[in-house]
Design a protein around this ligand. Structure first.
Ligand SMILES: Nc1ncnc2c1ncn2[C@@H]1O[C@H](COP(=O)(O)OP(=O)(O)OP(=O)(O)O)[C@@H](O)[C@H]1O
Length: 451
C-alpha cells in the first residue's frame, strides 16, 4: 500500500475514534485522499459546504495526525471534487445553462466557475509588495475591459496572484450578478481544449470561452510547449479583447521570460498592464497572520505572530501553513500558544521556499565545494559536463532559493543571458522528476544552505 493509503487509513481510524458516527459519515466517509507530496495532502470533498467544514474543523486534526503518523509535515489542501455531490447539497447551476445538461455529461469547459469565498478584497492585506497589483485589480473589477486589458500579474510562488484574481471575480459579480466570470488555470484551459477536440465540441468550447465578461487564466507559464493551446488561446484572447471583455492573467515570470511562448501572444500581453508582486515585508506578514488568526479565531499573542512572521519571509502560503502548524502543535500539547511553543513547533520546519538572506554567492560556494569545482568555473564558459552540470544546479538553486531576478542571476554567473538561467532551471527541474541521485544532491545542498 502506498504511503497515501496508509496515512489515510490512519486518519480514518483517528476520526472514527473521535467523531460522532453521523459526523464521520457526513464529513470523513465522503472525502477522498488524492495525492500526498512532501508538503501537501490533497483531499477531495463533495461540495463547498464540506470544504468549509473541513477547513474550519478538520484540517488541524489532519496536520496533527500526519505528524503523529510518521512525522510528516504537511499542509492539507481541501478541494471540491468536480463530480456531482453525493449528499443532498446541490451545486449551483450555471445561469446560462439551458437546463438540458446533466453535470455528468457536461463537458468540463461548461462547468460553472467556483471562486474561493476566502479570496476577496476584504481578506487581502496590502503592503509595499502588492499595493500596485491590488489597486489595478480594484480598477479592473470596477471597470472591466476599460483601463488595463489584459491585466497581468507576475511574481513568486504563494504571493497572492490567485487570491487577487478571485477577488476581481467576486467584486464584479457583486456589482453585476449576471456577469459571466470564468476562472481557469492554463492547464485546465489546455485540457478543456483537448477534450473539446476529442469530443468534437470545439464550437461549444469557443462559445463558452469567448462568451464571458471576465476571463481569469492562472499560471500561464504552463502554456510553454503547448503550441496548439497557444493558438487557440490567441483566438480566444482576440475575440474577448475586441469585445472589450476583461482578461486577467498570472504567471511566475514576465511573458517574454516564458520559454516557447509565441511572440504574438507576448506582444498582446504587453498591451495592458503588467504588475509585479514581490514578497511582503515583515509588517505586512504580521498583518496577514493577524487577519488569518482572527478569522480562524486562534488566540495568539502579538509577539508570537511577529516571531512566526520573522521565520518565513517570502511565501504567504508557507506563512499560513506555519500558523496552522503552531495551532495544531498547541492542540496536541493542550497548551495555549506562546512564542516558545511556536519556536518548538517550527523548529524542524524545512522551508521549501526562499530562505532568508541567502545569496547567490553562498549558493555558488556551496555548490563548488559539493562538486569539487571552482567558483570561477561556475562563472566561466567551459562546456565540459563536469562543470556545466554543477553550474546548472547552482543556477537552479539561485532561482529556487533567492528572490533574485533571472537577469541578476545570469549576471552573477559571469554575465550570462537570462535565457541560460531559464534553460538550466527547467533542465534540472525536469531531471529531478526521475533522477534519484540528483534528488539526493539537491536535498543535501538545500540542507547545507539552510543550516
Ligand atoms: N496580501 C495577502 N493578504 C492575505 N492573504 C494573502 C495575501 N497574499 C496571499 N495570501 C494568501 O496566501 C495564499 C497563497 O496565495 P495565492 O494562491 O493567491 O498565491 P499565488 O501567487 O497565486 O501562488 P502560485 O504561484 O503558487 O499560484 C492564499 O491562501 C492567499 O489567500
Amino acid at each position: 500500500m502506498s504511503e497515501l493509503n496508509d496515512l489515510w487509513a490512519y486518519l480514518e481510524k483517528k476520526f472514527h475514534d473521535t467523531e460522532a458516527p453521523v459526523g464521520y459519515s457526513t464529513w470523513i466517509a465522503t472525502a477522498k485522499p488524492v495525492a500526498l507530496t512532501k508538503d501537501q495532502l490533497v483531499i477531495d470533498v463533495p461540495s463547498k459546504l464540506h470544504q468549509d467544514y473541513w477547513n474550519k474543523r478538520l484540517v488541524t486534526k489532519v496536520v496533527e495526525g500526519a505528524y503523529q503518523f510518521a512525522n510528516l509535515e504537511i499542509t492539507p489542501v481541501i478541494r471540491v471534487a468536480d463530480e456531482k455531490p453525493k449528499t443532498t447539497t446541490t451545486m449551483p447551476k450555471k445561469p446560462q445553462s439551458d437546463g438540458a445538461d446533466d453535470d455528468e455529461q457536461m463537458p468540463t469547459f461548461m462547468r460553472p466557475t467556483h471562486l474561493n469565498n476566502k479570496y476577496t478584497f476584504e481578506t487581502f492585506v496590502t503592503g509595499k509588495g502588492n499595493q500596485m497589483a491590488h489597486a489595478a485589480a480594484l480598477v479592473v473589477s470596477e471597470e472591466p475591459g476599460m483601463m488595463y486589458n489584459p491585466l497581468f500579474f507576475y511574481g513568486g510562488v504563494g504571493l497572492g496572484k490567485t487570491h487577487l484574481m478571485h477577488a476581481i471575480g467576486h467584486q464584479l459579480l457583486a456589482a453585476q450578478p449576471n456577469a459571466k466570470v470564468k476562472y481557469v488555470t492554463s492547464e485546465a484551459f489546455a485540457n478543456d481544449f483537448i477534450n473539446s477536440i476529442q469530443t468534437k465540441q470545439q464550437e461549444r468550447f469557443r462559445q463558452e470561452y469567448r462568451g464571458v465578461d471576465l476571463l481569469l487564466v492562472d499560471d500561464i507559464q504552463f502554456f510553454a510547449d503547448k503550441e496548439g493551446t497557444q493558438e487557440e488561446f490567441f483566438h480566444t484572447f482576440n475575440a474577448l479583447y475586441e469585445d472589450k471583455k476583461q482578461i486577467v492573467l498570472t504567471s511566475d515570470r514576465l511573458p517574454n521570460e516564458i520559454p516557447k511562448l509565441q511572440e504574438r501572444l507576448i506582444s498582446r500581453f504587453k498591451w495592458g498592464l503588467s504588475v509585479d508582486i514581490t514578497p511582503p515585508d515583515l509588517e505586512t506578514r504580521i498583518a496577514i497572520l493577524r487577519n488569518k488568526a482572527d478569522a480562524e479565531r486562534v488566540d495568539i499573542p502579538d509577539d508570537t505572530l511577529s516571531y512566526i512572521a520573522g521565520q518565513i519571509d517570502s511565501n504567504i502560503r508557507e506563512l499560513e501553513g506555519a500558523l496552522l502548524r503552531v495551532q495544531a502543535y498547541a492542540n496536541l500539547k493542550k497548551t495555549p500558544i506562546t512564542t516558545s511553543l511556536a519556536a518548538d513547533a517550527l523548529k524542524n520546519l524545512k522551508l521549501d521556499g526562499k530562505t532568508m538572506g541567502l545569496t547567490i554567492t553562498t549558493i555558488q560556494n556551496a555548490v563548488s565545494k559539493y562538486y569539487n569545482v571552482t567558483v570561477a568555473d561556475l562563472k566561466g564558459k567551459k562546456r565540459v559536463k563536469q562543470i556545466v552540470y554543477p553550474r546548472q544546479i547552482a543556477m537552479y538553486l539561485s532561482r529556487e532559493m533567492t528572490d533574485n531576478s533571472l537577469p541578476k542571476i545570469g549576471k552573477s554567473f559571469g554575465g550570462k543571458d537570462h535565457t541560460t538561467v531559464i534553460h538550466a532551471h527547467e533542465k534540472i527541474g525536469q531531471e529531478l522528476k526521475t533522477d534519484d541521485q540528483l534528488q539526493t544532491d539537491i536535498r543535501e545542498l538545500k540542507n547545507i544552505l539552510k543550516a
